[in-house]
Design a binder for this molecule. Structure first.
Ligand code: PHE
Length: 325
């Protein structure tokens, strides 16, 4: 084939290419290592001197022409691709946005978060425990043996004979002590359950926040200081608290803590120094370690703080209620 013919066929094939793949195939046919034009250039060596010069010149010119043509065709394809992609991905920045409906945190979550932040800043670690407990963790390990009358204070829903819905967050004390060495300070917020006739201030489920601090010389004075800090920061600087003796089987001495709110003393939480039997159940030696524990009702605090007069509203799922927060 002579150069002129080669040129004609090559040009028409390049023109016919409909996509980058066709184009690349054509390029290989003529300019590739085994391509037609490449073959011509290689064969030059065997030709007579005068032909070598003439055909050589023509072949080289064709080579640059073809290369230029491939380049421009290739650029054209790329432009087309880009244009198509741009069209597909076009963003109309003047279109009105889609409205994202925003939820709000539940008042109990909000209060819990605030409480966690305060205790966090006082060096307490946040721990969680299971809502379904064993009789052992909920009662026995907390110094409440079977048949102990104190069990009546925490009537709950039993799941068979050994499992129950925890009646308080205190079992987390035992679970934590079993696995950790003092000194430590933790809080354990979470849901608890009681067998209750419901009314404005009683629900079959509510939320508590347990606290436990154990060390060599942690005292009732520390308990008082920590709780005063907590209640002040959560409920307002003017809060006053008072301690009065009380009874819980898992503390000795036991106290109840009242808070002065709108001129009235309200009972806010139970607390005390961890009972030696409870330390023992947690695997700690009571001659070596001591500490305090407390349990505060999150619902109670939220009701006061956000002025909610019926605890049942928290669990009603009523959007008119929830949207206010
Ligand atoms: N667990 C007790 C309750 O639910 C509260 C409490 C916790 C009391 C820790 C003393 C110490 O009533």
């Amino acid at each position: 084939m002579n150069i002129a013919e080669l040129k004609k066929i090559a040009f028409s094939e390049i023109e016919k290419a409909k996509n980058p793949e066709d184009l690349e195939k054509a390029r290989k046919t003529y300019l590739g290592r085994k391509g037609e034009l490449t073959a011509v250039l290689r064969s030059l060596a065997e030709r007579p001197a005068e032909e070598k010069i003439r055909v050589g010149k023509e072949a080289n010119r064709l080579k640059s022409e073809l290369e230029a043509l491939f380049e421009s065709k290739k650029t054209a394809f790329e432009k087309e691709l880009l244009a198509a992609a741009a069209k597909k991905e076009r963003i109309d920045i003047t279109a009105p946005g889609k409205k994202v409906s925003r939820g709000s945190s539940h008042p109990l979550s909000r209060l819990r978060k605030e409480a966690e932040d305060i205790f966090g800043s006082l060096g307490f670690e946040i721990i969680e425990g299971p809502e379904v407990e064993t009789e052992y963790y909920n009662f026995d390990a907390l110094n409440i043996p079977a048949e102990h009358p104190a069990r009546e204070m925490w009537d709950t829903f039993w799941l068979g004979k050994k499992f129950l819905m925890r009646t308080h967050t205190s079992p987390v004390q035992i679970r934590y002590m079993e696995k950790h060495n003092p000194p430590f300070r933790i809080i354990a917020p979470g849901r608890v359950f009681r067998h209750e006739a419901t009314d404005a201030s009683h629900e079959i489920q509510f939320n508590q926040l347990e606290g436990l601090m154990v060390g060599k010389d942690v005292s009732l004075a520390d308990l008082k200081g920590i709780l005063e800090q907590f209640l002040r920061r959560l409920m307002g600087e003017k809060i006053q608290i008072r301690f009065k003796p009380s009874y819980f089987p898992f503390v000795e001495p036991g106290v109840e803590v009242d808070m002065l709110w709108n001129g009235r003393w309200l009972e806010m939480l139970g607390a005390g120094m961890v009972h030696p039997n409870v330390l023992r159940a947690g695997g700690l030696n009571p001659n070596e370690w001591q500490g305090f524990a407390f349990g505060v009702g999150i619902d109670r605090l939220a009701m006061l703080k956000y002025k909610i007069d019926d605890i049942r509203l928290f669990y009603s799922g009523d959007l008119r209620f929830l949207r206010q927060f």
